[in-house]
Design a protein around this ligand. Sequence first.
Ligand code: ZN
Length: 222
Amino acid sequence: MKDTKCKLCGYKTNLFATGKILDKYNIEYYHCENCDFIQTESPYWLEEAYTTPINKYDTGIMIRNLVCVDIAKKVLKKYKNKNILDYAGGYGIFTRMMRDMGFNVYWSDKYCENIIATGCEWNNEKIDAITIFECLEHFVDPIKELEHLFTLTDAILCSTLLFKSNNPQYVDKWWYYAPQTGQHISFYSDKTIKYIAEYFSCKYKIIKATKNLNFILLERRK
Ligand SMILES: [Zn+2]
């Protein structure tokens, strides 16, 4: 019996879609009517999915970093003289570019090597804002992950691609399910983001940067 409770709000979910991931496992996707969250069944395949942290299908990496910088420099303007942590910072591309523009950004990543922003590693300096790009969809337990981030800061700028209410129920019809990688397991809509913001007592802003990328700014109410 699969555990089909919503990982965000605890409501019962409904079977939403099925799909084949990593070209071998047939899995199920569940939708929550309360908060609109879509989650895969409990992801037993992750070890296999993460044999390399930045997968070979990620051909948009440089353009995406340019978009992230463009959004971050506007949205996080008031943090320019403060400390920003790029959590799950990958190769350090974003950190380097933001530093070059005068932002005090630190890099951290549990799974990836810092190649571009060496010397900018985070050593537990006090943090005023966190950027975390293309991670929400990888989270096994989004509430727990965000709870941890909110122990470090009151402002989080994150990105993911939000789904619309007519989201395709066939996994091969929406590229963001990314079934060939097995890494995308959590999916959000505007409504889900609203739920998360309320859960953490945040005001929030959704920015539709491109048709393939949304940014979400969550700021705790004082
Ligand atoms: Zn829910």
